[in-house]
Ligand binder design. Structure first.
Ligand code: 5AD
Ligand code: FES
Length: 372
């Protein structure tokens, strides 16, 4: 009895076989685990351990961000795309996708509506659409930044040259989202056609960081061919890369893609991984994604309770929302921006957290870059 108690007491130190609880405590302390330890907690947790994981994730996020949840206004400006990612509904190879592009004026109007609704970050997200060249993007960024100098602009426009990234940054862009999707080359090849590679993705990410952006990486949970090993590789990559943002949601099939018959990611897996990432990167900006809300009606609320601290409601004009369909069943396609933010405010309040309308930069980022 005594021996077993002693072992339990000391078991948060390396070498002993550890319970999931011990591992969660160690992950919180050290902000990292080794491969086998990650494997153990990814294998599945009993309901008590699960709640313990979420509780720890919430405590850690509250140290940096209190009860605040930041909002980002998503402007989906084009669903034209030259890429052919096998999972994505707006892939070039989907002839049934009804294409649209917003004009520069429409994009500005979305930002104006968003500003009046309290948004202080705008995310320009689109397919890789060559119609939007560097000059157009720079004009769009400058116009938003000139009108709303107190706002951050986040770009989510895919793989570009360093020169383009520098031009956007000089025009005033603050952040860049470029999910790496999977860091494992074998898995990358399952998700993408020939000609797209993780090497080129990584090159972009390191360039973005070097230029001075707050950078977001991310993965889909439960994407076809994804194994525990792949997820562990992704966690270790995130630790090494130290992103300011991590975007993660479930994979959801789209009926007009080659993955139409694949199964969606599991709610529990998404929540576990959100909480693990929170413990690994305490200050990271972590959205409860629209995909999570699509997978499960209260998915975003559960994401917030598992350590997420960002939501990204849609500011795109109502008429185009449904056309920006990366996966089937996307929520919030019929609501005006104002309705969405009202709904989301209630949803966030129900979790015991609340929306903070500030720009919501990554804690520590401004200090690291501008003071030292
Ligand atoms: N299911 C879930 N997420 C998807 N994305 C693209 N297609 C899907 C899908 N079918 C995600 C990708 C991309 C981000 C903009 O949306 O991770 O980086
Ligand atoms: Fe868009 Fe609820 S957040 S309708």
């Amino acid at each position: 009895m005594l021996t077993s108690r002693l072992i339990k007491k000391n078991s948060i130190y390396r070498g002993d076989s550890m319970t999931n609880r011990d591992l969660i405590i160690r992950l919180r302390q050290d902000q990292i685990l080794d491969r086998e330890e990650f494997r153990q907690i990814l294998k599945g947790l009993c309901p008590e351990d699960e709640e313990f994981l979420y509780e720890n994730a919430r405590e850690v996020r509250e140290v940096s961000y209190g009860k605040d949840v930041y909002t980002r206004g998503l402007i989906e400006f084009s669903n034209y795309c030259v890429r052919n990612c096998l999972y994505c509904g707006i892939r070039a190879g989907n002839p049934d996708c009804e294409r649209y592009r917003l004009t520069e004026d429409q994009i500005q109007e979305c930002a104006e509506t968003g500003y009046d609704l309290g948004f202080r970050t705008f995310v320009l997200q689109g397919g890789e659409d060559p119609f939007f060249d560097d000059d157009k993007f720079c004009r769009i960024i400058k116009r938003i930044k000139d009108s709303f100098p107190d706002c951050a602009v986040t770009m989510s426009v895919g793989e570009k040259s360093r020169k383009s990234y520098e031009a956007f940054f000089d025009a005033g862009a603050d952040r860049y989202l470029l999910r790496h999707e999977t860091i494992s080359p074998d898995h990358y090849r399952i998700l993408h056609p020939h000609g797209q590679s993780i090497e080129s993705r990584k090159k972009c990410l390191y360039e973005l960081k070097d230029i001075g952006y707050q950078v977001g990486v991310g993965i889909m949970i439960g994407s076809p061919g994804q194994t525990e090993d792949h997820i562990i590789n992704d966690l270790l990559f995130m630790k090494e890369f130290q992103p300011q943002m991590v975007g993660m949601g479930p994979f959801i099939p789209h009926e007009q893609t080659p993955f139409r018959d694949k199964r969606a990611g599991k709610l529990q897996d998404v929540l576990h991984i959100l909480a693990i990432v929170r413990l690994m990167l305490p200050e990271v900006l972590l959205p409860a994604t629209t995909a999570l809300g699509t997978l499960f009606p209260t998915g975003r609320e559960l994401g917030i309770k598992a350590g997420a601290n960002v939501v990204m409601p849609n500011l795109s004009p109502k008429g185009v929302r449904a056309k920006y369909a990366l996966y089937d069943g996307k929520i919030c396609t019929g609501e005006e921006a104002a309705e969405c933010i009202g709904c989301l405010t209630n949803r966030i309040n129900s979790t015991g957290y609340h929306i903070n309308a500030a720009r919501g930069d990554c804690a520590g980022f401004l200090i690291k870059y501008f003071v030292y």
